[in-house]
Design a protein around this ligand. Sequence first.
Ligand SMILES: NC(=O)c1ccc[n+]([C@@H]2O[C@H](COP(=O)([O-])OP(=O)(O)OC[C@H]3O[C@@H](n4cnc5c(N)ncnc54)[C@H](OP(=O)(O)O)[C@@H]3O)[C@@H](O)[C@H]2O)c1
Length: 246
Amino acid sequence: MTSRVALVTGGTGGIGTAIVKRLAQMGHKVATNYRNEEKARAWQARMREDGIEVFLTRGDVTSPEEAAAMVHAVEAALGPIEILINNAGITRDTPFHRMRPDQWMEVINTNLNSCFNVTRPVIEGMRERKWGRIIQISSINGLKGQYGQANYAASKAGMHGFTISLARENARYGITVNTISPGYIATDMVMAVPEEVRAKIIADIPTGRLGTPEEIAHGVAFLVDEQAGWITGSNLDINGGHHMGW
Ligand SMILES: NC(=O)c1ccc[n+]([C@@H]2O[C@H](COP(=O)([O-])OP(=O)(O)OC[C@H]3O[C@@H](n4cnc5c(N)ncnc54)[C@H](OP(=O)(O)O)[C@@H]3O)[C@@H](O)[C@H]2O)c1
């Protein structure tokens, strides 16, 4: 297997950690960003205990300048980025008729504008080298909508519009661009939902359980594989059958 350089944004989070681990276990050199250095270094130490080495660099993905600096730091340390996983994301749930402008902007900036900020400094190098894998971690709720998530669903649906345009523009350059839409995964993001609401969600999932971060990382491993070169512009639903499209 060819060892590649991978940047996973939000790699210290629930799903990000599983993606980072899986890519490292595949033999790739993996980097992620942080905003809180102390928290990130503690996370890095836990990863080392599992035998995983991760390059850390400061970077808020809502800032084009910080995202570019983050990309340059990774490339200076590890080499050109060949795999990019746009995973950093947040929720600021509230019914739309009560939603404040800052709740709208924060979610769009973190989930969607970040894709521009991080991918833009990476794409030209990928085109020159004629190889790349870009994956957006979207959400089931970008496909089906959700009460209280007009901001989140708009950002997540926007990520797939980004995917399919980049896929068309870059297919001739050996770059694949895909979306993964996770269903409800047992991370802090979902465990923060009140228990009775969570029970209702689980009752609605055909497999009868939440997903695991590792099950999302498995989808990433599949799409970054050398043999996945003809899969581009697709959306991979990983949701236990919670939402089925075609
Ligand atoms: N959990 C689910 O059930 C679920 C379902 C569908 C889709 N998703 C999507 O999967 C992705 C990961 O979710 P998760 O559950 O792993 O969330 P999480 O545990 O809250 O992790 C989110 C990560 O993103 C980082 N981040 C947030 N804002 C950032 C910013 N402005 N700049 C840089 N990094 C930032 C966080 O860093 P800090 O530590 O600095 O905050 C953290 O590392 C998200 O895009 C989410 O929307 C999750």
